[in-house]
Write a protein that binds this ligand. Structure first.
Ligand code: FAD
Length: 461
């Protein structure tokens, strides 16, 4: 906190998660006075996110935003590069899929560590004031005056904070979004997945080496459920088990040590001995729900704007919730410059640009659960054909990873458009008589090339 005399406007941010903290840095450097209110204690002092030790994969979109605030190198020090996915089948056999070209990687980092780095930087900024353990409880959408509750010496207090604008970076369960539902013409939908998730751990070996191949994400696809392990840079892996909340094989049906042991032995034979106390962890942890949110508009009265998960909480299967949220912040930074601090133009442009793109990545993430959990089924042949074609004509058949994780130029919306067209083309290819037998023949690729030139090339230009 510093002497504040020449700031342009006063901005309140609700939530100091990774998005609130990044936005605070951006706005402060544009000379706005920024007050960030966070309902939890300072995560650097308390283990505030206990039980939420999620690992996040960062791709080019996140790096582009981190570069804007000069934190890319710092964050990379705590991140682990992942070059490929390794699929573990039930019989223990492995198959691999590179994320990108040689040397391309996405990066895994603990969300807690990432948030700490961003908060520490925000604290250093000239015009940022951080307020922990202060919860937004109410907001006047016409004046941008927000109310906060806090505890002082054991007694509950309230205060009102005036601002010119409010950014709601208060996450998937956003209070601002809930309050906005009482404003006119605000549409909101929330859909729960059948699956919930718990986190499990694979510790490092005593000498610090990893128990699974490092620099890869590990995936155990089992159709209705899925286990994913991402490495940490201390040699351990954070694993996420996605499983139905209710039903025959579910968190609700597996309630005894015997049943859970049988479930792990049957489905995760190779990884079971590596997991730390999977049975008691499974039985004692409360599964976290998975849901996706869609709201319209994100900007109310040109005073209050939603950002990050508050605006577009999505399913985590493509690992782009935070990547797309950092892209929100990046776009705001660019629009401030483009519109020379004219918020009448900035906020509507932000909403317009981000809504279509986050809709697209949310839909892609939704579909990806099926693709990834059914990895061992027939889907594989079409993937093999696509990979073989892409090897010969890389510019004609960009992979999804290439478009969403390694590109800074292809928007999510464009990537989805291209991928839908690719699916249509591949459906036609899979109808070729005896494709299972003839898939390596030239005629298949000639047909593919022809269709691609007609249908895909116009989109790729
Ligand atoms: C299992 C899982 C795996 C994921 N993996 C990936 C991945 O690999 N890659 C990726 O890009 N994304 C991933 N995500 C998504 C990513 O975690 C989110 O997109 C990201 O955390 C959003 O950041 P945020 O700052 O918007 O929200 P949050 O991280 O939720 O932060 C919101 C903050 O607001 C605070 N807050 C809440 N209410 C109030 C209030 N009333 N007043 C004040 N403060 C408040 C909260 O305490 C919190 O600190 C994953 C998500 C899950 C669940």
């Amino acid at each position: 906190m510093t002497e504040l005399t020449h700031f342009k406007n006063k901005i309140t941010i609700a939530g100091s998660g990774p998005v609130g903290a990044m936005l605070a840095i951006i706005l402060s450097r544009e000379n706005y006075l920024v007050d960030v209110f966070e309902s939890r204690p300072d995560p650097r002092a308390h283990n505030a996110q206990q039980g939420r030790s999620i690992n996040i994969t960062l791709s080019e979109r996140a790096w582009a935003a981190l570069e804007v605030i000069g934190l890319d190198n710092k964050v990379r020090q705590y991140a682990t590069p992942l070059h490929k996915r390794i699929f573990h089948s039930k019989d223990g056999s492995l198959s691999e899929q590179s994320y990108g070209k040689k040397n391309q990687a996405i990066w895994s980092i603990s969300r807690e560590k990432l948030t700490e780095i961003l908060i520490s930087q925000a604290e250093q900024e000239t015009h940022v004031n951080l307020h922990f353990e202060q919860r937004l409880t109410y907001i006047d959408f016409s004046t941008a005056c927000a109310s906060f509750s806090y505890l002082k010496a054991g007694r509950k207090g309230h205060k009102e904070v005036d601002a010119d604008y409010v950014f709601a970076a208060d996450g998937a369960f956003s209070k601002v979004r809930r309050l906005a539902q009482e404003t006119p013409r605000f549409s909101y939908s929330q859909r729960y997945m059948e699956q919930s998730y718990i986190e499990l751990t694979i510790a490092a070996n005593e000498d610090g080496s990893t128990k699974l191949s490092p620099h890869a994400s590990h995936i155990w696809p089992r159709k209705d459920f899925l286990l994913v392990a991402l490495p940490n840079n201390n040699g351990s892996f954070t694993c996420t088990l996605y499983l139905n909340y209710q039903g025959e094989t579910s968190f609700s049906s597996l309630t005894t040590p015997e049943a859970v042991t049988g479930f792990f032995l049957h489905n995760f034979t190779d990884v079971m001995p590596l997991l730390e106390n999977p049975i008691s962890e499974f039985l004692n942890k409360t599964p976290n729900p998975l849901f996706l949110v869609s709201v319209d508009p994100w900007v109310i009265n040109n005073k209050v704007a939603l950002v990050g998960d508050a605006a577009h909480a999505m399913l985590p299967f493509y690992g782009h919730g935070l990547n797309s949220s950092f892209e929100d912040c990046h776009v705001i930074a660019e629009l401030i410059k483009l519109h020379n601090h004219d918020w009448i133009k900035i906020l509507p442009a932000y909403y317009l640009q981000r809504k279509a793109n986050t809709n697209a990545i949310s839909k892609l993430s939704n579909d990806y659960f099926f693709d990834i959990s059914h990895f061992e089924s027939d889907e594989l042949l079409s993937k093999k054909i696509a990979d073989k074609f892409a090897l010969k004509f890389p510019e004609l058949w960009p992979s999804m990873d290439e478009m969403i994780s390694f590109s800074r130029d292809i928007s999510y919306e464009k990537a989805r458009e291209i991928s839908l067209e690719q699916k249509i083309i591949m459906t036609e290819i899979m109808k070729i008589k005896d494709i299972q037998l003839c898939w390596k023949k030239d005629c298949v690729y000639q047909k593919l090339e022809k269709m691609t030139l007609i249908r895909l090339l116009p989109l790729l230009k």
